[in-house]
Ligand binder design. Sequence first.
Ligand code: SIN
Ligand code: MN
Length: 204
Amino acid sequence: MHEIVPGLVYAPGYLSREEQDELVADLREAVKQAPLFTPRMPRTGKEFSVRMTNCGALGWVSDRERGYRYQATHPETGAPWSPMPRLALRVWDDLSPYKHPPEACLVNFYEASARMGLHQDRDEEDFDAPVVSLSLGDSCLFRIGGTERKSSTKSFKLHSGDAMMLTGPARLAFHGVDRIMGGTSTLLPQGGRLNLTLRRVTKA
Ligand code: SIN
Ligand code: MN
């Protein structure tokens, strides 16, 4: 494990191939109950290039009218989210210094052309809780900056099975995904990248 910038803990190759397969199998079940949806930007209504779903009691959603938020139900079906995958909870227990369990696991699916602009994760109540990330499938170029949009940034690659945590001085750092490197993994037969982020939403 190493710190790429203060507070960004990077654990390359954290999950074995068997564990990655188990997580993908759990996510295949999860999307049967809570299908991937395309979120939209607040106000403009512009579509994100990633598709999303969530696992856990709460899920992160965004639409034109009500903006970024967490809610207990899928925005299109109204059904509850799927249970948190076993391995996701284990990774939080292993890596996170925060005593209370995560409440949301945002699942982002990136096709080869998808990306995610620089943003902060700040819709949670307690920034003492880290955000823990797991990457599956194709590699990506991930970008991390500081707590201001104009701060300088660094990029590095995230590969299938890597874990990462944003905590302390990096908890509110701007971050994003510049591009997906298509064809770099055999984990997902159709290609693409899955990213799971585990979040504590409410103050414990
Ligand atoms: C996110 O910031 O929500 C996702 C980051 C990633 O895909 O690695
Ligand atoms: Mn984020």
